[in-house]
Design a protein. Structure first.
Length: 305
């Protein structure tokens, strides 16, 4: 349901689909060879391209030609370019180039080889505790690096976490990473609903006066960690309204009931991250990174033969 522009992901095939037009940029930037369509979202599309001059691969992100809300999509693209200008992190996708005045505007992102966390969870279900904590720790570090630049991610979920073959986990899809709420105000009601996946939204996310966006990202990371460890989401429903009601009022099933292998310390951390009150989710991202490192080391020792 994400309304942000789809992030880079490996294409299913290296051949250019015959039934899909090459991006308009291929005509405007002749030194780029278009190799494959990598993915499409509600607002945008990503193409695998190769720079003939350097031989480097990039993920070219642009607004879809048939986008229902091109002005909002361009704003999302601008937001992501701003992240690229302000943030340098091993755990946030890198923006190599931004051309926002061209028609259509586009970004060149680093090409990531691997898969999203969503793809891995769909295939494997539960992850080992040490692996889940390792992924969560890298995501928390990425969020901390964004915060140091005055930004929050705004849409943390498994489909926006990329697991690189190199071993790094990176936050992707940065269109909602802003220090203010102007992008939300620019979207129509339907798109606003899609600006965050209900299953990962903090209880206070629909309250306009609530401005603690760091706590919202922490909550979304907590939902993601719960799913990695338990193999299921803590809150699900047949309608968005039902999921939102659960987020606000219900307690999730105890993690160790679903995943007995999880140590009590990890269960306690997840419970805190999913606190309904933002101030109860911890003392900040830096402290969260340190806590996840300690838990990661603890579980590695426990899982050792």
């Amino acid at each position: 349901m994400a309304a942000s522009v789809v992030s880079s992901a490996p294409p299913r095939s290296s051949a250019l689909p015959r039934d899909l037009p090459a991006p308009l940029l291929a005509r405007q930037v002749p030194h780029l060879d278009v190799l494959a369509l990598a993915g499409r979202g509600s607002f945008g599309e990503v193409w695998l391209v190769k720079d003939r001059r350097s031989g480097r691969l990039h993920a070219l992100k642009q607004v879809r030609p048939d986008c229902p809300n091109p002005s909002a999509a361009r704003q999302l693209l601008w937001n992501e370019a701003e992240v690229g200008r302000r943030v340098s992190s091993d755990h946030v996708v890198r923006v190599n180039e931004a051309s926002l005045q061209s028609q259509p505007p586009y970004l060149l992102l680093e090409w990531l080889s691997g898969e999203t966390l969503e793809a891995r969870l769909t295939r494997e279900g539960q992850l080992e505790c040490s692996v889940a904590l390792w992924i969560a720790r890298q995501c928390a570090q990425g969020l901390y690096d964004l915060l140091k630049a005055g930004l929050t991610h705004g849409d943390v979920k498994p489909s926006n976490i990329f697991l690189c073959r190199s071993g790094a986990a990176k936050l992707i899809d940065l269109g909602f990473a802003r220090p203010d709420q102007r992008i939300v105000d620019d979207l129509d009601d339907a798109s606003r609903t899609l600006s965050g996946t209900p299953e990962y939204l903090a209880p206070e996310a629909l309250v306009p006066s609530e401005q603690n966006r760091v706590a919202k990202d922490v909550y979304s990371l907590g939902i993601t960690l719960y799913r990695m460890l338990a193999g299921v989401l803590p809150f699900e429903g047949e309608t968005v309204a039902e999921v939102v009601r659960q987020q606000k009022q219900s307690r999730p099933q105890r993690l160790r009931t679903l995943a007995p292998h999880v140590p009590p310390e990890a269960e306690n951390l997840v419970e805190r991250l999913l606190a309904k009150q933002p101030l109860r989710r911890g003392s900040g991202l830096r402290a969260l990174v340190q806590e996840l490192v300690a838990l990661e080391l603890l579980t590695i020792e426990d899982e050792s033969p």
